[in-house]
Write a protein that binds this ligand. Structure first.
Ligand SMILES: [Zn+2]
Ligand SMILES: [Zn+2]
Ligand SMILES: [Zn+2]
Ligand SMILES: [Zn+2]
Ligand SMILES: [Zn+2]
Ligand SMILES: [Zn+2]
Length: 234
């Protein structure tokens, strides 16, 4: 008898499943693969989630980047093909049918995974002070490219960094599809890895430590399911 559970993200009982090592299913919450892991699935809705993600991500959260209102987890309508939704933090797409935390009142949208990004972080590129995630404009002090609205900043020194540049290992902006190549590791599914770029940052040691500190270690189970391929330790 398969065990099931209810979850606010799906109206049906979800079946606890062991995904095969070749399964192409992607977690609807963190956008990473379920291959070889345990998760919960609804066949009717084609909904899948890692066990860790089903436990960690809450129906409603408070988030420093939008302190005015609670953010609710909701699904971008499949029919919204004409509209494009972009994560306010990482500026990457939130595809139709994908789950996001959003404030409907203000149109603020953020990937579930991006809610793990710490508000305050320490970077080896700027050891004097902590950097805070803030909305501003300017250029990155690391790679010199223009910054998206949200980035890490030391206000005292007007020192700014892309999320990707915080760990100091170069490789900031751009990021065309042909990254990596060497090293190998598990094959990456084409297309649908919306969360993977952010996932890669979150696995950097500097982020991991800050996330653990901010969540009391609660989020480490989620980081444990993220794809570790092309992770250059720093
Ligand atoms: Zn997940
Ligand atoms: Zn369902
Ligand atoms: Zn994002
Ligand atoms: Zn709002
Ligand atoms: Zn940069
Ligand atoms: Zn500073």
């Amino acid at each position: 008898m398969a065990s099931t559970r209810m979850h606010f993200a799906d109206p049906h009982p979800l079946v606890r499943s062991q995904y095969s090592s070749t399964a192409s299913h992607v977690c609807d919450l963190c956008r990473s693969r379920l291959a070889g892991l345990i998760g919960y699935r609804c066949d009717a809705c084609n909904f899948d989630a890692h066990e860790a993600c089903a436990d960690y991500f809450k129906k409603s959260i408070t988030f420093f980047a939008h302190p005015w209102h609670a953010l609710g987890l909701s699904r971008i309508p499949i029919s919204s093909t004409g509209l494009s939704w972009t994560c306010d933090l990482c500026r990457e797409d939130c595809g139709p049918g994908s789950f996001v935390y959003c404030c409907a009142q203000c149109g603020f949208v953020v990937h579930p995974l991006c809610t793990l990004l710490p508000q305050v972080i320490h970077s080896s590129l700027h050891i004097q002070h902590y950097l805070h995630m803030v909305p501003a404009t300017g250029n990155c002090s690391g790679c010199r490219e223009a910054l998206p609205v949200w980035h890490y900043r030391c206000g005292l020194c007007a020192f700014n960094l892309h999320i990707a540049c915080v760990s100091g290992s170069g490789g900031g902006g751009g990021g065309g599809g042909s990254g990596g190549g060497g090293g190998g590791g598990s094959g990456v599914v084409g297309g649908s890895n919306l969360g993977n770029r952010v996932a890669k940052y979150l696995l950097k040691q500097s982020f991991k430590l800050a996330i653990d500190a901010a969540t009391g270690g609660m989020a480490s189970a989620v980081m444990g399911v993220l794809p570790a391929d092309s992770d250059d330790y720093s």
